[in-house]
Design a protein around this ligand. Sequence first.
Ligand code: EPU
Length: 430
Amino acid sequence: MIPSYRWLVEGSYPLVGTTSVSGGKNPALAVLAASLLCDDTCVIENVPDVDDIRVMLLLMRSIGAKATYAGADGRSIVVDPRGVNSDNPPAELARKIRASSYLMGALLGKLGQAEVAYPGGCDIGARTLDQHVKGFAALGACAKDQLGAVKLTSNGLRGAEIYMDVVTVGGTINLIIAAAKAEGTTLIFNAAKEPHVVEVANFLNSMGAVIKGAGTDVIRVKGVAKLHGSTYAIIPDQIVTGTIMIAAAATMGDVTIAGCIPTHMEALTAKLLESGVRVDYHDDTIRVRSNGAHRSITLKTQAYPGFPTDLQQPMTALLTTARGISVVTETIFESRFRQLGELARMGANITVDRNRAAITGVSSLHGAKITATDLRAGASLVIAALMAKGTTEICEPIHIDRGYENLTDKLNALGARITIQNADTMEEPA
Ligand code: EPU
């Protein structure tokens, strides 16, 4: 099949200079869903301009909310959810992104009912919703499978004590949203601590919610009757920051990332330091420098503040040329090694045993024709292509555009050489 467009990356140019990061995709998706609970209008600022956000806006409008861009920067969205009149967003839209599942919590909290198709998003594992549904049931909802959708009904939600059997970011966020206007107090035990969990709590609190403990294992949500309007700016994207940090190191570059939150990057920074990369923090900037003599490391993904699964894939690209054997263990998603086969096509030496990959460093990668199977796999391949000798053709970069705002422009401004080819202008690379 001929892809609709592809990226051609001429490798071996170091990334050098200063760049900035957009607002976080995953925090913004959660905050937009939570904004549906507002009893007035709210303004969400610093929303990234990526495909997943556009799908979320379509979903919100499909159920009667107004969601319109305001201001010249194209980053602020005014949400007026007072017209929400449907509990059933179109399945074909809901299946496009994982964050559509947040409409379950939002509509349940707002209307007491919801019927939302099982979500889509990256194909990186089973990604069940059992903990979401278990939590909704504890809050008093009746949940049924309804032809590929979850149908939730209730006579109003009541606070409850919920113990999460697995640490789930989406589950924790969905339950915070559902509980924000429930009657009484909800306690969520074994909660996820990721920055976007904290972000949703901060946003809801800015509208008058009473949520404490976000960022710890136990979150307490005291339900309120009304949520007033608010203006709220989304935090910088932790995963975009990390991807650029890795790309800077992998290309033997020297990049300063402005407007980020260094404390969100501790796990990645520790591993970059271990592999011989220089990383300096200063207020809200991070500078990453490398001479390319990387050492092998061991790395295991974990819930925050552990090493994020979203940066495991980008990091494997850097490790393909690190001296020695690196061992990478993925503990969160069972199918998150799909980039490794593509890296092997570029000359990487990798063996995989279930959820563990052993990466033996090679002297260099070479260009190849490769396919981005999911968002962070795509980021991994871009980094590998920047490192490689020769030209790499990345097919299906559509996954990358779902989560990285203008990545090609951003990298080219730092010295990368990436061109976008549309199907009608495609020629075979020399
Ligand atoms: N899980 C369950 N039951 C549930 C929910 C999750 O068993 O009810 C399992 C999952 O199968 C997985 C683990 O728990 O093995 C963690 O899943 P989690 O719910 O934390 O992930 P998510 O909410 O589906 C979000 C991000 C992902 C990111 C993960 C982990 C969004 C929209 N997605 O997914 O982001 O990898 O948290 O940090 O916020 C990405 O941006 O590329 C991406 C995939």
